[in-house]
Design a protein around this ligand. Sequence first.
Ligand SMILES: *[C@@H]1O[C@H](CO)[C@@H](O)[C@H](O)[C@H]1NC(C)=O
Ligand SMILES: *[C@@H]1O[C@H](CO)[C@@H](O)[C@H](O)[C@H]1NC(C)=O
Ligand SMILES: *[C@@H]1O[C@H](CO)[C@@H](O)[C@H](O)[C@H]1NC(C)=O
Ligand SMILES: *[C@@H]1O[C@H](CO)[C@@H](O)[C@H](O)[C@H]1NC(C)=O
Ligand SMILES: *[C@@H]1O[C@H](CO)[C@@H](O)[C@H](O)[C@H]1NC(C)=O
Ligand SMILES: [Zn+2]
Length: 435
Amino acid sequence: MPFVKTYWIFFCIAIHVTSSQTVEDKVTYNGSQVWQVELQGAEDMAYIQKLHDNKDISIWTLTPTRADFLVPDRLKLKVHRRLVAKHLNHTVLILDVQRRIDLNTQQVVPALWTENALRDGHRLSWKKFPTLDIIEEYYNFLAEDYSSLCRVQTIGYTAENRTIKMINITDGNPKNKIILITGGSHAREWVSVTSALYILNNIVTKFDTQSSYIKNKNWLIIPVLNPDGYVYTHTVDRLWRKNRRNFKRCKGVDINRNFDSDWGIVGIKESDECKITYSGPYAFSERETKALRHLVGSSVRKPVAMLDLHSYGNLILFPWSARTQPTEDYNKHVEVAELMRSAIFKSSKENYTYGATYHKIYPATGTFLDWAYSKGVVHSYVIEIKDKGKLGFLIPPKEIEDTGKELFAAARSLAKYVNHHKRQIESKDARKTWF
Ligand SMILES: *[C@@H]1O[C@H](CO)[C@@H](O)[C@H](O)[C@H]1NC(C)=O
Ligand SMILES: *[C@@H]1O[C@H](CO)[C@@H](O)[C@H](O)[C@H]1NC(C)=O
Ligand SMILES: *[C@@H]1O[C@H](CO)[C@@H](O)[C@H](O)[C@H]1NC(C)=O
Ligand SMILES: *[C@@H]1O[C@H](CO)[C@@H](O)[C@H](O)[C@H]1NC(C)=O
Ligand SMILES: *[C@@H]1O[C@H](CO)[C@@H](O)[C@H](O)[C@H]1NC(C)=O
Ligand SMILES: [Zn+2]
């Protein structure tokens, strides 16, 4: 129905115009750089972590062997001196962060593409990182043109009263195993959103040609778990991570630290509301995490598998994030991670590695990964998407499509594997109670 589509587009533009009048000034990263330092173990890591006490020095990635962090212009000399004192050499990954942000957004959009896209009834493409308006317009297109295959459901409302949407894809067989995919829990990790959308688009619009192990699943896909944060990264601060909940001094909780699994561990939990990994005032204090608690925790039939997409680092991670010991499913996790690693490598020649979060990167409490696993989602994984070109969160739009392909390859291998998955997942529930 062309009328409905036209109306919807007009509606989105109207919202955009009114909301932009109240928007804060853009945060600029003029002169900021991203530095990379090779590390040798825990002591170096702690040293880098200390730099981060100055909240203007923002850590982008930190592993026992490598740290990337943003240094504002005015702190360059000071940080350089501190690194030299510790005999740490740095290389410059991004010479001017603002310039890179501008380059990524200034990409020319061919007129032909815009026309085609509008004819389809939505403006989503793999040539540009989409705004939330464009994503929601695309959901509307799916709901209209693929209503027999998928439903667009609202699983919750955010602090700024945006809807958290989930696309529920199924051929209708109630016995289909459930696979849950989430993206965008961290606002600035845009490629996690486009990769979830890419997987979604391929399953829905090419359903008939997919393998049986794709078609026989009930896919639940939440491309933008943190819509408030996502909008904020488009309108004000490209490098915002948390949601946008208001606190006294600062805004936002790190959604991926707010789940009720090992939430309160002192020394790992972040209790400063101004820090980018703020765990929240208590577990499940946030609308976004409550929505997932309701979806996963209360459903009679739980997902057999969950992929939580993040960026960046070329990593496939499994539980635990907050405990040193391996889970009882360690061997299975390694087996699946190896399948996904090899599927990605076949797709794009990108080299991913894997391991338990705690050992592979750093201890983290209250993660969705650990919580989902503890609730019986045996095959719970985080994928820290790639960093090709070494631009981290600022991966250029020209890589959206290849990245989508490699993540879809990983999702396919997971779907194929869980076809043979026999373990009674419900049994786990009795063993662990986090609520
Ligand atoms: C960015 O910084 C450079 C020098 O560091 C300055 O010349 C330029 O005017 C600044 N641009 C903006 C938009 O602030
Ligand atoms: C740092 O760079 C200097 C000079 O290039 C070199 O001699 C030194 O070995 C480097 N240190 C490390 C830890 O890489
Ligand atoms: C939030 O949005 C929903 C629908 O989008 C609307 O029904 C409700 O009134 C809104 N609530 C507030 C407090 O604005
Ligand atoms: C997904 O859709 C199916 C079919 O409409 C429905 O039975 C199921 O309850 C939905 N799943 C969720 C989590 O809402
Ligand atoms: C992939 O990474 C692993 C681990 O870092 C390394 O041993 C291997 O040589 C890499 N392979 C390629 C093709 O880069
Ligand atoms: Zn993340």
